[in-house]
Design a protein around this ligand. Structure first.
Ligand code: PRX
Length: 643
């Protein structure tokens, strides 16, 4: 855990909050301190006030937090609301009705804009379609779609009628989709004939067909298919329906029922250190409150902003910061369908210029990739509309940070490096733009209401500035996950177990400097962070072992210039395959991982070995493999090594 502590230690640069920014920001230093003090004094009063002020309730709540079954915390339990109504209907008064809710640009350059009134209509039509399919409150609906307006419509339509959506990233394989269909028990799958990506077509419907083979244990009875690419696909009679046919003739009036505050809103799968990905469960009011507040605070969203979060809706960032947070704030959200460098490396900057993007939220891996292409692609465009830049997914290395600030932000935009997770629902630690001076590579201070700490192995708070430890949250917050779908024990064990339910354990290591700033160092468990996406070593290993030639496999992360971390695999072949051609096998194993998980998990290099270093208890010593994969000398303690 102490290995990466040095990485940012020498970073002393400080960029103060621009004065003009602080004067106009939703939160400034004094307001931030007032909120933090209030949260400290009486957390329930603090959250209760915010929830009353920022959400539209059908039935007001009288109780803020129910700790009866901690760590299964429940929020605003006797209140009720409708999430879709908070994101759409709320904004249908007066002129706001005609404000653009979504501006979408396809990879082919076509542009579509939907006002709040038009979004309301589309969501109502599709919600009625789902109702017509007998989708009831609490039923699961899996969404496996491209980054198109209909994906957002589908999510909000589910929210409107109380169906629980589970979005599966379109880059995931048929096998990954199959697992999620089975685990959620969804009866309905929403997909598209294909998705455009880098000038090619990803055959989503074909993947869906593979996932739905009869021998699988899914419950899907209906597949609704959006026509996007015109790809030739099979439509199964009695099961598959075209989206445009399904909505034809539906009513544009769809009542939005009052749903209990704790009604489940969505399940989103994410990797853990062991076993298959876990379905992180979020509920309605608490999640929405946190997505809304954090969008407002971190991005300082204003009436005339054109806001762009580059994440796909298949990730939590897309849930909280493409859909729920910004729409709950009545913002104008820009969406882009395709690959970042298509057809040229200036695609992003061309869109920023043409659409007048004012707030841009992206990931360090993208920043590094653009940086590598050279400044000239950026300089071709006028980016003066930008006023704030955000970052998410992994720590931003200072070099990329400075480039982002200077070349993209013209040296004038605050950089909001947001630390959070699928499980936290929204931002937890970030330099709020009107509050905290920037230090390149640090996510600065906890947001109002959030109590974050760094603790040692015994659970004691660490106060030395040069020491790292476990990053924990020691008070519940409304946006927190409500559990792991179908597996309550895994929730308790993974997130709370280590310190006797005292803290939420994020799984990251961090240190705090003399100003209390947090510096996240990385994961402490066997989870990799490839291009800002979480991948469990266990998942990739089981994909490798599923190949007939492989006896055993171990996977570690190695530093990568663009991706942050790349996958490096160590493989032991079965005796009968010892003589097989290694190049061919490497190619086959990469294809195998792509098929079983998706291209993001594909190993960059594969080492064929005779044995794996293990402890006497049989645990693979990954730190030794990491050292070997990185070409480092092994200086670590190997006294527990078996062989
Ligand atoms: O290790 C942290 C890293 O990403 C993990 C969460 O991954 P996921 O649930 O997929 O959500 C990604 C989008 C929120 C964290 O445990 N991480 C995320 N943001 C940052 C980060 N590490 C450092 N700095 C960040 N800003």
């Amino acid at each position: 855990m102490t290995q990466s502590i040095d990485s940012h230690l020498n970073e002393e640069r400080l960029f103060p909050v621009p004065e003009t920014f602080a004067a106009r920001a939703h939160l400034d230093q004094s307001e931030y301190q007032r909120l933090q003090a209030e949260a400290e004094r009486d957390p329930e009063a603090f959250w209760g006030t915010l929830a009353r002020e920022h959400l539209l309730w059908e039935q007001p709540f009288s109780r803020v937090l129910d700790q009866g079954e901690a760590p299964f915390y429940r929020w605003f339990t006797d209140g009720s609301l409708n999430v879709a109504k908070n994101c759409i209907d709320r904004h249908l008064q007066g002129a706001q009705k005609h404000k653009a809710a979504l501006i979408w640009e396809g990879e082919d350059g076509s542009v579509k804009t939907l006002t709040y009134a038009q979004l309301h209509r589309e969501v109502s039509l599709f919600a009625n379609t789902l109702r017509g399919e007998k989708v009831e409150s609490g039923d699961r609906v899996v969404i496996y779609m491209p980054m198109v307006i209909e994906a957002v419509v589908a999510m909000l339509a589910c929210a409107r009628i109380g169906a629980v959506h589970s979005v599966v990233f379109g880059g995931f394989s048929a096998e990954a989709l199959k697992d999620r269909l089975e685990d959620t028990g969804a009866r309905i799958l929403l997909t598209a004939d294909g998705a455009y990506r880098g000038g090619k077509i990803v055959p989503l419907k074909r993947h869906a067909d593979q996932a739905l083979l009869r021998e699988h244990e899914h419950q899907v009875e209906r597949v609704i298919v959006l026509q996007r690419t015109g790809t030739d696909i099979d439509m199964l009679d009695g099961r598959d329906l075209w989206w445009h046919e399904a909505i034809a003739g539906q009513s544009a009036h769809c009542p939005a029922p009052a749903l209990p505050a704790e009604h489940p809103l969505f399940i989103l799968y994410t990797s853990g250190s062991t076993g298959k990905p876990k379905g992180i469960l979020h509920s309605s009011a608490g999640y929405l409150l946190w997505a809304k507040l954090t969008s407002r605070w971190s991005f300082d969203l204003k009436e005339d902003d054109v806001y762009w979060c580059t994440a796909d809706v298949g990730w939590i960032t897309g849930h909280s910061y493409v859909v729920y947070g910004p729409l709950a704030n009545g913002a104008t959200v820009f969406l882009y369908e395709g690959a970042p460098m298509y057809p040229q490396p200036d695609r992003f900057w061309s869109m920023v210029e043409r659409h007048g993007i004012s707030v841009l939220y992206t990931a360090p891996t993208a920043v590094r990739a653009f940086m590598k292409m050279g400044d000239s692609w950026v300089k071709k465009h006028d980016l003066s509309s930008l006023r704030l830049l955000g970052s998410v997914g992994e720590p931003m290395n200072p070099e990329a940070w400075i480039w982002y600030r200077d070349v993209i932000g013209g040296g004038k935009c605050p950089i909001v490096d947001t630390w959070w997770q699928t499980e936290t629902g929204g931002h937890m630690i970030a330099p709020l733009p009107g509050v905290s001076a920037n230090k390149p590579g640090s996510c600065a201070l906890p947001l109002p209401g959030i109590s974050a700490k760094v603790v040692n192995e015994q659970g004691e708070e660490i106060d030395a500035a040069d020491q790292g430890g476990y990053l924990v949250i020691d008070r519940p917050w409304p946006g927190m996950l409500r559990g792991v779908w179908g597996n309550p024990e895994r929730y308790v064990q993974t997130y709370w177990g280590k310190f006797g339910n005292r803290y939420y354990i994020a799984g990251d290591s961090a240190r705090r400097d003399k100003d209390g700033y947090f510096w996240v160092m990385g994961r402490i468990d066997d989870v990799l962070n490839v291009s800002g996406h979480r991948l469990g070593t266990a998942e990739i290993e089981s994909a490798l072992v599923a190949h007939p030639a492989v006896a055993e496999a171990a996977v570690v992360g190695i530093p990568h210039e663009i991706k942050g971390e790349a996958v490096s695999a160590f493989v032991i072949l079965k005796a009968a395959h010892q003589g097989d051609d290694h190049d061919q096998l490497s190619a086959a194993l990469r294809a195998q991982v792509t098929d079983l998980i998706g291209a993001i998990a594909r190993p960059d290099d594969i080492h064929f070995v005779d044995s794996l270093p293990k402890t006497r208890s049989g645990k693979i010593m990954r730190r030794l493999l990491r050292a070997q994969a990185r070409g480092e000398e092994i200086t670590q303690d190997i006294s527990t090594l078996e062989d």
